[in-house]
Design a protein around this ligand. Structure first.
Ligand code: ZN
Length: 75
């Protein structure tokens, strides 16, 4: 996988995805991703991006100020 920003190699890893919805913050830990070795750009595969969207939708319904979700437990 190559970085879309700078074209360097992106390596497989895990990241913490933070989505700020204004009145609440959704934090998803242990999200599988590719991380650029040069610029630290995070790249998600289509599957993961879709999953993240669903997790954020789900978290919105809880209406908590801060939701911390472990990706590996909900995927
Ligand atoms: Zn890069």
């Amino acid at each position: 996988m190559l970085c879309m920003e700078c074209g360097a190699t992106a390596e497989k890893g895990y990241t913490t995805d933070v989505t700020d919805l204004g009145d609440c913050l959704v934090i998803v830990r242990n999200v599988p991703c590719y991380k650029c070795v040069e610029c630290n750009e995070i790249i998600y595969t289509g599957d993961v991006a879709q999953h993240l969207e669903k997790i954020v939708e789900m978290a919105k319904r809880f209406m908590q100020e801060i939701s911390i979700i472990d990706y590996s437990k909900v995927a």
